[in-house]
Write a protein that binds this ligand. Structure first.
Ligand code: CP
Length: 317
């Protein structure tokens, strides 16, 4: 593997999950791969899980790690070409990225959608500049349109907890006070569409995701109908994707909050969320604290998904 930006980079997903379970059982067996190699993690946005789990994964593989928060302590970066740089940004991404590439062997990048320009967001301008200019393998740690390390961890978790070969998995929109990117639901749909699970997406009208990620999956606008017989409920908020409402909040309807009443419609489903989660907006206290909630093992698997990806990259260097 050279870069990791979406599900296709993993190849056969069954093999990837099998490798993940092997790595999980023997996570310190591959330290030779990362000896004298350095992983640089670049954050344009905040993080708890991605920062810690990716660093831990790299350390499990014997790597040195460095973390840079672009918004704290680094020079403010200009990203547009042709700009007269007489404002508050003293450095251009075009110099900063190749310089970062000089100091490491693998780069992880987190750069969310900015909701200023849909085309720029959906063309993954910043992530692609790292791929083109760093000279090093690049791992998406959540970009504008996808969060594949999260979705790979989600898939590993579903495989660990499923009690039937072909579970019903429901991705549900839930309310949130701020406009959030579509990266997590896009990637989750992308991964689920590569499995033979019974996959259903439910959201209020107006919250349709990019068809390139939905890929013909069933969309049900009635959340209660969607929940019937579900084995896994995956909750997430996202802002509108479709024009002219790109990046906007269209609803904060708390009837969509996942509570005990909704979960009672399911086949005793496990509750999943990528975290961080706004309690009693996305999910009630009772559900997230309940016995069917698997948000903590799901987060723990972030270390494993990252380790498989970095391991494969190191094996190819
Ligand atoms: N799920 C996830 O990516 O968490 P962080 O934003 O805390 O990294």
């Amino acid at each position: 593997m050279r870069h990791f930006t979406n599900v296709k980079d993993l190849g056969d997903l069954k093999q990837a999950v099998a490798e993940a379970l092997e790595v999980k059982a023997n996570r310190y067996n591959y330290q030779h791969l990362g000896q004298n190699k350095t992983m640089l993690l670049i954050f344009f946005n905040s993080s708890l899980r991605t920062r810690l789990s990716t660093q831990k994964a790299a350390m499990n593989l014997g790597m040195n790690t460095m973390v840079l928060d672009i918004t704290q302590g680094a020079w403010k970066l200009e990203t547009e070409r042709g700009v007269v740089m007489d404002g508050d940004k003293p450095e251009h991404l075009f110099e900063a990225v190749p310089v970062m590439g000089c100091y490491c062997d693998v780069i992880g990048v987190r750069a969310f959608a900015r909701f200023e320009n849909k085309e720029e967001d959906y063309n993954e301008m910043i992530l692609n500049q790292f791929i083109q200019l760093s000279g090093k393998p690049v791992v998406s740690m959540e970009a504008c349109t996808g969060h594949p390390l999260q979705s790979f961890a989600d898939l590993i978790t579903i495989e660990e907890y499923k009690s039937k070969e072909r579970p019903k998995v429901v991705l549900t929109w839930a309310p949130h006070p701020r406009a959030l990117p579509q990266a997590v639901p896009n990637s989750f749909a992308d991964f689920m569409n590569e499995t033979d699970y019974d996959f259903v997406i439910t959201h209020p009208e107006g919250y349709e995701l990019d068809p390139r990620f939905v890929r013909g999956a069933k969309v049900e606008y009635d959340q209660k109908k969607a929940f019937e017989g579900a084995d896994f409920i995956y909750a997430k908020n996202w802002a509108a994707f479709t024009d002219p409402n790109y990046g906007q909040i269209l609803s904060k309807d708390r009837n969509w909050t996942v509570g005990v009443e909704q979960m009672a419609l399911t086949n005793d489903a496990h509750f999943m969320h990528c975290l961080p989660v706004r309690r009693n907006m996305i999910v009630t206290d009772d559900v997230i604290e309940g016995p069917r909630s698997i948000v903590i093992p799901e987060a723990a698997n972030r270390e494993i998904s990252a380790q498989v990806v970095i391991k494969r990259i190191l094996e190819g260097i």
